[in-house]
Design a protein around this ligand. Structure first.
Ligand code: UD1
Ligand code: CA
Length: 451
């Protein structure tokens, strides 16, 4: 069955006390709304529609960054969840299949739960995701008759008996797309809030001879984010879940509670992550690699057998080949480090291509920026860059070439050549001893004068 996702992200979220629309606050370095889309990807949706309102332009821009095929629709006035879903009608006019409604501020719905809902659709026209609430508070209540969901009643509109129900509405719902929009066109706003309620489609479905049911998930999956405190809590929940997932997938985390991931972090089996490592967005680590303590990675790729850290910084575009070694206090940006190549200590390698089997000495810097433009450096395979070499880009060092320590390399170095680009050493016999004597005499004289 083909599916479409409709993600509601028009609300302001005033309790965040922020200029930023709520759904753009991040957990795991991804905006809140991206988490729902991430889970929804298990349904392999043909279309994804994001309904925006407050801060619509910035939400739209972020959504299109995630996937340029996302369809953005605007809800000019927030008249309720049913009204929000209706904004997607035109975009899905020709679509034949099921629509899943997700909320932008409910990041923890699991892919498995969405699959359960999909399975339940075999027997029912409308499937609503519910949960047993420890404290049902102001959630909408699911009124069940056997496994038939007869209606959903908002807390504000509920009778005492209905308020006693603990099975609550998560908001997530699925139905055949055409059916859903048909039902939505009958939803009115004569209720306590004066809003068009999406949950009303359940009772309307019943009156048209269609059936509805509910699928239950763990309350933790329906955790919403309304305040900064809840955002911080959600981050912790996300990190714990991601750590558990990594361990499950065969990644060694020496001290899991000290490692921080992004939504899209990918780490292969048998990789080892030492304590205190931060994974920013867009990092992939192949199996068998090792990231040592206090390293910070973003937008980079580390191949099998390679290692980085302690104290390595891998920035966007850093690619470590198989068995490459990046040691302490090394920053790599937009650079390929060849197979088995070593950048052991205190270096900056930016905008560079370093061949296989090369050794980059301590303190080497690619001087890639002239204040206006960025330039590239290339170093061939099996080369040896002496410690404290400045590679002033654009510059090429050839295959099996060498640079002498302390060189400032401004011209290309041919294959196999040794480049020495530093002042010649000049030894003055006994001059050090004489200089010491002179200085010590001066110090003694000053002490006599009480200076
Ligand atoms: C809704 C449900 C309630 C459920 C609860 C779960 C309705 C009427 N009630 O209540 O049964 O228990 O969620 O959290 O649906 N939104 C729009 N446009 C609008 C209104 C809302 O895009 O016009 C978006 C919000 O940004 C949010 C989501 O829809 O992401 C839910 O809206 P919200 O106002 O938080 O609904 P609740 O009152 O919490
Ligand atoms: Ca809510």
């Amino acid at each position: 069955m083909a599916t479409a996702l409709i993600l509601l992200a028009a609300g302001q979220g005033s309790r965040m006390n922020s200029e930023l629309p709520k759904v753009l606050h991040q957990i795991g370095n991804a905006p809140l709304f991206a988490h729902g889309l991430h889970a929804g990807s298990v349904l392999d949706p043909e279309h994804t529609v994001v309904v925006v309102g407050h801060g619509g332009d910035s939400v739209a821009a972020q959504a299109l960054k995630i996937d340029e095929d996302i369809i953005i629709v605007r809800q000019a006035e927030q008249l309720g969840t049913a009204h929000a879903v209706l904004q997607a009608r035109e975009a899905l006019r020709d679509f034949d299949g099921d629509a899943f409604v997700l909320y932008g501020d409910t990041p923890f719905i699991s892919p498995e739960t969405l699959e359960k809902m999909q399975a339940a659709r075999a027997k029912h026209d409308v499937v609503v995701l519910g949960f047993e609430a420890v404290d049902p508070g102001r959630y909408g209540r699911l009124v069940m008759d056997g496994d038939t969901l007869t209606r959903i009643v908002e807390f504000k509109d509920a009778s005492e008996a209905e308020r006693a129900i603990t099975l609550c509405n998560s908001g997530v719902l699925c139905a055949d797309t055409k059916t859903l929009f048909d039902l939505l066109s009958s939803v009115g706003n004569e209720n306590a809030a004066g809003e068009y309620y999406l949950p009303d489609v359940v009772e309307i479905a019943g009156s048209k001879g269609l059936t509805a049911t509910s699928v239950a998930c763990d309350e933790a999956e329906t955790l919403g984010v309304n305040t900064r405190t809840e955002l911080a809590h959600a981050e912790a929940v996300f990190q714990n879940a991601k750590r558990a997932e990594m361990l499950e997938n065969g990644v060694t985390l020496v001290a899991p509670e000290t490692v921080f991931f992004s939504l899209d972090t990918y780490i292969g089996r048998d990789a080892i992550i030492d304590p205190n490592v931060i994974f920013g967005p867009n990092v992939t680590i192949e199996s068998g690699a090792r990231i040592k303590s206090f390293s910070h990675l973003e937008g980079c790729h580390v191949s099998t057998g390679a290692d980085a850290g302690p104290f390595a910084r891998l920035r966007p575009g850093a690619e470590l080949g198989n068995d490459a070694h990046v040691g302490n206090f090394v920053e790599i940006k937009n650079a390929q480090i060849g197979e088995g190549t070593k950048v052991g200590h205190l270096s900056y390698i930016g905008d560079a291509d370093i061949g296989d089997g090369t050794n980059i000495g301590a303190g080497t810097i690619t001087c890639n920026y002239d204040g206006v433009f960025k330039h590239r450096t290339t170093v061939g395979r099996d080369a040896f860059i002496g410690s404290n070499t400045m590679l002033v880009a654009p510059v090429n060092v050839g295959i099996e070439a060498m640079t002498a320590s302390g060189s400032v390399i401004t011209k290309d170095v041919p294959n196999g050549a040794l480049a020495i680009a530093r002042a010649k050493q000049d030894n003055k016999p006994m001059l050090a001893v004489k200089l010491f004597q002179k200085l010590r005499a001066l110090k003694a004289k000053k002490a006599e004068k009480g200076q």
